[in-house]
Ligand binder design. Structure first.
Ligand SMILES: *Cc1c(COP(=O)(O)O)cnc(C)c1O
Length: 389
């Protein structure tokens, strides 16, 4: 969808001509007679501000409908609730930590079986599925090592066994990647990240391909009630107005920063799908519209938590915080932050070394971001020197 189409898919208010979507801050709607209303009866079931957001997001992903939830995890939870005990999910092995926690500590207890495989190798998926598989669940690119899976090929496997392909599209955003067009059935977003884009809200979105799936998710949204409130719907819509221009700038910045990191002698590995050396570069190029995202991870030659600590506490523009995708650059140390609950051994298996640092590039000037990182590298080097003396 072009920036023009995105911006003009956001409706004005037919009642007043208000060019921005009004915040319908109400719990209920007055009825003319029992069951006779203007399309809205109770704000858990529906709300005009939420409806506007949901319609815009359905358009962004080319879906039949979209549904807004209180957080990304509430969106994931709603999709899981369409399953029943005994059903099976084949999921990407370095899935978002919060999704892993929900799968393992809530839904396995309720009888779902979840198998984890490296979905960048399509054969792994084909070998893992069974007649009980209801969902193949992927993220692409993944967090924090930016692995990219072939959505089209995996969608074909899902079709062949009558399962659904669910894609968490948070990192790519609808600007870079539209999984439904590649054969996926359900798309999930943490609206907290690129879609909201200003680090000022938490939100989740589910986009469905068919009317049947829309009805299922709509039912759960109303039955479980984890909806996004009208004010946060308004803010999310406001974020979407600039999604295209923000995301493109973030990609541009990340490309420059990744190329800078490649040349740093203190850096060991750089994970960024926009680098030709990235093992999934070709597939990323093909399915991500030439856009590689704003997230980069890298490790230090001095592969220690201590060195990473010096680095992440000595940047100025990159703020040390969890989350990503906002206009301000952020950095984090996954082993001690987002992935602290994953045992070290398991972290090392998925490439999360002790010194791994994740950057989320914002929309500042790339030159400033690079200077910021340069000065943090100098601090790491001088600390090392002091220790040696
Ligand atoms: C942050 C994130 C989530 C969870 O979203 P919340 O809004 O924090 O609940 C899910 N998937 C991915 C890929 C994320 O980055």
């Amino acid at each position: 969808m072009s920036a023009t189409k995105i911006i003009h898919s956001i409706p004005s208010d037919p009642l007043t001509g208000s060019i921005s979507v009004p915040v319908y801050q109400t719990s209920t709607f007055i009825q003319d007679a029992p069951g006779v209303n203007k399309g809205y009866d109770y704000a858990r079931s529906n709300n005009p501000t939420r409806k506007a957001l949901e319609d815009v997001v359905a358009g962004l992903e080319g879906g039949h409908a979209a549904f807004a939830f209180a957080t990304g995890l509430a969106a994931i939870d709603a999709v899981l609730k369409t399953l029943k005990s005994g059903d099976e999910i084949v999921a990407v092995d370095d899935i978002y930590g919060g999704a892993y926690r929900l799968f393992t500590h809530v839904y396995e207890k309720l009888g779902l079986n979840i198998k984890y495989v490296d979905t960048t190798i399509v054969e792994n998926v084909a070998n893992a599925v069974s007649s009980k598989t209801k969902f193949i669940w992927i993220e692409s690119p993944t967090n924090p090592t930016l692995k990219v899976s072939d959505i089209k090929a995996i969608a074909n496997i899902a079709k062949s066994i009558n399962a659904l392909l669910v894609v968490d599209n948070t990192f790519a955003s609808p600007i870079a990647q539209q999984p439904l067009a590649l054969g996926a059935d359900i798309v999930i977003h943490s609206g907290t990240k690129y879609i909201g884009g200003h680090s000022d809200l938490v939100a989740g979105l589910v986009v469905t391909k068919t009317q049947e799936l829309s009805e299922q998710i709509k039912f759960i949204q109303n039955a479980s009630g984890g909806i996004l409130g009208p004010w946060d719907c308004f803010l999310t819509i406001r974020g979407i107005e600039t999604l295209d221009i923000r995301y493109r700038k973030q990609c541009e910045n990340a490309q420059k920063v990744a190329e800078f990191l490649l040349k740093c002698d203190q850096v060991d590995n750089v994970y960024f799908p926009g680098l030709t050396a990235h093992k999934n570069h070709e597939i990323a190029k093909r399915q991500q519209n030439g856009l590689f995202g704003g997230i980069i991870s890298f490790t230090l030659k001095d592969d220690t938590v201590a060195a990473a600590n010096v680095f992440v506490t000595n940047t100025n523009y990159f703020k040390l915080a969890e989350s990503l995708g906002g206009v301000k650059s952020l950095l984090c140390h996954p082993p001690q932050m987002t992935h602290a609950s994953v045992p070290r051994e398991k972290r090392l298996q998925t490439g999360i070394k002790d010194s791994l640092i994740r950057l989320s590039c914002g929309i500042e000037e790339a030159e400033d971001l690079i200077k910021d990182l340069e000065s943090a590298f100098k601090r790491v080097a001088s600390k090392k020197l002091v220790q040696a003396i």
